[in-house]
Design a protein around this ligand. Structure first.
Ligand SMILES: Nc1ncnc2c1ncn2[C@@H]1O[C@H](COP(=O)(O)OP(=O)(O)OP(=O)(O)O)[C@@H](O)[C@H]1O
Length: 665
């Protein structure tokens, strides 16, 4: 069976929903990252809602609920509530719901905390890593938002309210007391953070130290723009982890360095750097007076493309200027829209750079594809993710705490105003890098959310406990970053490719009778938020295609599993699927029927000329005329014979063909 075709079930496509951790809005999992980019712009830090995750943290003995612990239950109402999603690849998840099964939680926990290999720290010797100079990037360049924050900009809501609180409470308790009361904190002020704050020398009842401003500064930097955008590199020097595509000795790199840009299709999973590479090409081409025009296939119309082409023609003929046209998500253009570029790419009016998360062999016109070089970008490796995160952490002036040196925090207990106000555990950086699953945008968004949520929860705690608001010496722990990530849409590709890869791996593992691998691929899909009914439908197919008559009850099992999933939904139905998958992996296999049927189909498709008529004796003869024409004549009614009947059932010209013996006609 081929499992690479799109899964198009509009009903199910409405179910694959996740919740935005900032605005709490439900949406298709595929949209969460782009939504977060917008949402972070719209919602100031004080409005982020870390409490949702934190509440769960309080309710569950095992600590904060990992994002991936979101459970789904299929229900009609959930389906009705959700808007339809545009593509099937983005479909198929139900409403998030907390699972309460202990065993299940345990397995998720182990997923959430991937071990660092042999306990080694991954944080590299980044040029500016662990420096304590707030607000500066590795390059020494300060992000615009930081610069603005440093100036006499209007004060934010949080800042003003914090000041008010301070005035109301007076010169009250400091952070030291906060530690003691940590258990009352509805937010994130958990034991480890309190401990660390004490270790930093944050105890004592003094007023907030001027260092608090640095935390404010960080918050303002993050409020203005998604961190992923702020950190988007302009040069290949800051572009990490894609050495196969643009490493030192690659053809593409030399072409970029000599500014000979061919038409390109950049293919890779979300957040791996497709747009960023185009951005780097753009920065480079501007230096060489090449026009760089960007369109997104999600909203551009064919006319927009025509306009760009027309202008490119003018620029070429009047000013001898080249135009590079970057089309994000090019797979969203249909075939005829893609045809619009074809002659213009061919004659060099435009250099096309398309970015796609989908396999271009299926999604991009063959003719267009043959005129472009396909660059395959991969999920960013963990080391590259750490480097990217460290670049951001340094630009925010956040200090990384070395967990192998427990005295480290103490060394920051002086009152120097140049000290960093915010700290992050090194293992938190590692965890973020792991859980981001090669998606730099997800990692940077996760970092941004963790920082904002930490600042915001600290503020909430101060408000509740009547203490003065002092965002100085805030510690970001591993748990904070886990909450900053929505694991369900990170471990499992929301754009489609991984969806088909995983179901294909499951199918092949069952076919190969590998029950371990079968269970692994099943869990990987379900834990990633796959729709259980999608998996169940595939099992129904497998039952006939691969097991067939070797064990006809497999089909009954699969249909029962499908119905069971339909009745009880996730998380309860996962064990039904697991049982079925293991049954199938262990079952004897037979493709006899499947291949014989394929032989019949091939026979029909390859037939030249009109198909042979149905033999007269096999035809029904409900009227006299038909009887007169010979319909049904000579037909031997089998029940009337005690012996096997010698009778031909195939058309005359197929006599002797045996589809079960691989004979094709
Ligand atoms: N290789 C990389 N090196 C450094 N930073 C990166 C890299 N890849 C991505 N990033 C960071 O992640 C952010 C998102 O990356 P980008 O927009 O390029 O992803 P994409 O592959 O185009 O994703 P999508 O398919 O979802 O549009 C960038 O703004 C940048 O900050």
């Amino acid at each position: 069976m081929e499992v690479s075709g799109p899964e198009d079930d509009p009903f199910l496509s409405q179910l694959h929903q996740v919740q935005c951790p900032v605005c709490q809005q439900m949406m298709p999992a595929a949209h969460i990252n782009s939504h977060l980019d917008r949402c972070l712009l719209l919602h100031p830090a004080g409005h982020a809602e870390p409490a949702a995750g934190s509440h769960r943290a309080g309710e569950r003995a095992k600590g904060p609920s990992p994002p991936g612990a979101k459970r789904r239950r299929l229900s009609e109402s959930s389906a009705l509530k959700q808007p339809a999603t545009p593509t099937a690849a983005e479909s198929s998840e139900g409403e998030g719901e907390e699972g309460d099964d202990g065993g299940e939680t345990e397995s998720r926990e182990s997923y959430d905390a991937p071990p660092t290999p042999s306990g080694a720290r991954l944080i590299p010797d980044f040029p500016v890593a662990r420096s304590s100079s707030p607000g500066r990037k590795g390059s020494g360049k300060r992000p615009a938002a930081a610069a603005a924050a440093g100036s006499a900009s209007p004060r934010s809501w949080d800042e003003a309210e914090a000041q008010e609180e301070e005035e109301a409470v007076g010169d009250g308790d400091g952070d030291g007391d906060a530690d003691a009361d940590g258990e009352d904190d509805p937010g994130h002020w958990d034991a480890d953070a309190a401990e660390a704050a004490t270790a930093f020398g944050a105890s004592g009842g003094g007023r907030p130290h001027p260092r608090a401003l640095a935390a404010e500064e960080i918050r303002q930097m993050l409020q203005g723009k998604p961190l992923a955008d702020t950190m988007r590199p302009d040069t290949l020097q800051d572009y990490f982890g894609q050495s196969k595509a643009v490493g030192q000795d690659t053809l593409l790199r030399s072409l970029l360095e000599t500014n000979e840009i061919p038409s390109l299709i950049l293919w890779g999973p979300p957040g791996c750097g497709k747009t960023t590479l185009a951005h780097i090409i753009a920065s480079n081409s501007k230096k060489h007076s090449i026009r760089f025009v960007t369109l997104s296939a999600t909203n551009a119309k064919t006319n927009d493309v025509r306009d760009v082409i027309k202008q490119a023609q003018n620029e070429k003929s009047f000013f001898k200027r080249k135009t590079i046209l970057f089309i994000d998500e090019i797979h969203r253009f249909n075939k005829s829209q893609q045809d619009t570029f074809l002659p213009h790419v061919e004659c060099g009016t435009i250099t096309l750079i398309g970015a796609t998360t989908e396999n271009p062999s299926f999604q991009v016109n063959a003719a267009l594809l043959s005129r472009c070089r396909v660059i395959v970008l991969e999920k960013l490796p963990v080391e590259a993710m750490v480097t990217i995160l460290m670049r951001a952490i340094n630009s925010l002036g956040i200090h990384v705490l070395d967990s192998s040196r427990p005295t480290d925090p103490l060394s920051h207990s002086s009152n120097s105003s140049s000290e960093p106000a915010m700290f992050i555990e090194d293992k938190a950086v590692d965890t973020l890098a792991y859980l981001s699953d090669g998606d730099a945008r997800a990692g940077l968004n996760g970092l941004q959310l963790a920082v904002l949520a930490r600042l915001s929860s600290r503020k909430m705690f101060c408000k509740k406990s009547g203490q003065s608001y002092s965002p100085s010496r805030v510690l970001i722990t591993e748990n904070d970053v886990k909450e900053g990530l929505q694991r369900s849409h990170i471990l499992y590709d929301r754009a489609g490719e991984e969806h088909y890869n995983c179901i294909s791996a499951l199918h092949k593992s069952m076919r190969g009778s590998d029950q371990n691998a079968s269970l692994y691929w099943l869990a990987r899909m379900l834990e990633g938020g796959e729709d259980p009914l999608y998996v169940a439908r595939r099992l129904v197919r497998f039952a006939s295609e691969d097991i067939g008559l070797a064990d006809p009850s497999a089909l009954t099992q699969a249909v029962a599993a499908y119905q069971g999933c339909h009745f009880i939904g996730m998380p309860e139905c996962e064990v039904l699927l697991a049982q079925c998958v293991v049954y199938f992996a262990r079952a004897p296999k037979s493709i006899e029927v499947y291949s014989a049927y394929n032989n019949v189909k091939a026979c029909l498709r390859n037939h030249q000329g009109p198909l042979p008529p149905v033999p007269l004796h096999l035809r029904n003869a409900p009227t006299r005329l038909m009887k007169d024409l010979g319909y049904g004549k000579g037909y031997k009614y089998n029940p009337m014979y005690s012996e096997p009947v010698d009778q031909e059932y195939l058309p005359e010209e197929l006599r002797g063909v045996d589809f079960f013996k691989q004979r094709r006609c």
